[in-house]
Design a protein around this ligand. Structure first.
Ligand code: ZL4
Ligand code: CA
Ligand code: ZN
Length: 406
């Protein structure tokens, strides 16, 4: 009666734990884990659970997280809470990671770029340890499904935290679940391609594998000159000329597609398909990790692109067509109702289902999130406010593609 069918010829696994939903980064912090609640409501409301194997995520172990991260950082993350933070800051091996305060600093920084100040990108909040080790556990379980051949596609919308560094949190990201996943994959697959359609540059993943020719990283992101306040669009890296660490075997195994604000569906889809297509052709990956940050959608609170959900989904469909083992992760996405729409649609297309455009408001727990007059009750075409002027006159496609030929 829901009309949902299991895909023929491939298996999809879906990894989730409801405990991540209740987390709060802070009152007006843009990262809202309850966007995952809305996503779940849509996925279940449409009946997509009948098309996949669903798994409840368990927390990653500290030893698993140490495969990439600094052991002191891992211990700190496992113990930290707003209550324990001040005492932990006094511990010698953590205190060594507190940066020198500069006059430009707007917040008091503790070790590892963590802070209890309300303006921090990476605040210390209640339940934080639980949250971090859970989203990481979900990504590692999804990865395990792929490397053991039990699934062909594995999904974790709570993962995709691409900015985290070896011993530093950055840009709402604390544990780099993507890097941990790729490390696991390299035990089985000769080559892994990482693709990142979040509006921000996937700097943490690129940096981790900058000397590694078996991993190609490819990020599409907003990139531009300094603004009036002297800042670049976060994190400020990802220039077209960044192609991996010069003079190492990793050189030429990073690709960056910097994009001006306001890019539209047609421009993005053309760019994505030609560059990704060429990268796959040249690199011949054995598996793909796709970070599907939904802050590249039009009307996102932080993003500056004008993509519609259909075009965002076409990127996922294009990658899925390769029929390579595929890990699908979330990431950014700050206008919650649209994040949920996009990730539900992408869950559907991964399982070869096409959903009715009208959201089943009668059976989802929070219909008001999707039924406000101002943005409609459709799945793919809510009327986005297109706030960003399109500065993508003509993207130099030829030039970017030539860069790929090394
Ligand atoms: C906020 O309203 O560009 C944090 C962050 C907290 C609460 C109230 C405090 C008000 C926007 C952002 C002061 C906020 C000052 N609160 C934030 C250089 C910055 C230093 C921090 O999608 N200020 C830093 C990070 C980016 C910067 C983007 C994207 C993650 C991902 C994957 C990370 N940081 C300037 C900003 C708010 C806040 C409102 C904010 N932070 C917007 N952009 C940033 O790629 C998940
Ligand atoms: Ca990106
Ligand atoms: Zn982002």
């Amino acid at each position: 009666e829901h009309g949902i069918t299991r895909p023929k010829g491939h298996k999809v696994s879906f990894h989730y734990n409801s405990r991540v939903e209740d987390m709060h980064f802070g009152k007006t912090h843009p990262m809202k884990p309850w966007r995952l609640t809305l996503t779940k409501h849509l996925v279940l409301g449409y009946g997509l659970q009948y098309a996949m194997d669903t798994y409840e995520a368990v927390a990653a172990g500290k030893d698993q997280v140490r495969a990439f991260h600094d052991p002191d950082y891992v211990d700190f993350l496992a113990e930290v809470s707003p209550d324990t933070f001040p005492a932990l800051c006094e511990v010698e091996r953590y205190a060594a990671h507190i940066p020198e305060r500069t006059p430009q600093d707007t917040v008091d920084l503790g070790p590892f770029n963590l802070s209890t100040s309300p303006g921090a990108d990476c605040p210390v909040f209640d339940g934080m340890s639980t949250y971090l080790f859970l989203y990481t556990g979900a990504t590692l379980a999804a990865t395990n499904q792929l490397v053991t051949g039990q699934s062909d596609v594995a999904i974790n919308w709570s993962g995709g935290l691409h900015h985290a560094h070896k011993s530093e949190a950055s840009g709402f990201c604390y544990i780099n679940d993507i890097v941990l996943s790729i490390i696991d994959m390299l035990r089985v697959y000769p080559r892994v391609l990482y693709i990142d359609i979040d509006v921000h540059h996937g700097d943490g993943v690129e940096e981790a594998f900058q000397r590694q020719p078996r991993v190609m990283t490819l990020s599409y992101h907003r990139y531009g000159p300094y603004d009036e306040t002297g800042h670049r669009f976060f994190p400020g890296s990802g220039h077209l000329n960044d192609v991996g660490l010069k003079g190492t075997v990793g050189e030429h195994f990073a690709l960056n597609v910097p994009i001006a604000s306001g890019i539209d569906d047609r421009q993005y889809t053309t760019l994505f398909q030609s560059v990704t297509g060429r990268a796959i052709e040249a690199f011949k990956p054995s598996a793909i990790v796709l970070q599907c940050g939904a802050d590249s959608l039009g009307g996102d609170r932080l993003g500056q692109f004008n993509l519609n959900i259909k075009a965002h989904g076409e990127c996922v469909a294009f990658v899925k067509k390769t029929r390579l083992p595929l890990l699908i992760l979330g990431g950014g996405g700050y206008t919650a109702r649209n994040v949920a729409r996009a990730w539900c649609h992408e869950t559907a297309l991964t399982t070869d289902n096409t959903l009715p455009e009208k959201i089943p408001l009668d059976i989802i727990p929070r219909p008001e999130a999707f039924s406000r007059k101002s943005h409609g009750n459709g799945l793919l075409f809510p009327p986005f406010p297109r706030t960003h002027p399109n500065d993508c006159k003509d993207i130099d496609l030829e030039f970017m593609i030539k860069k790929l030929d090394h």
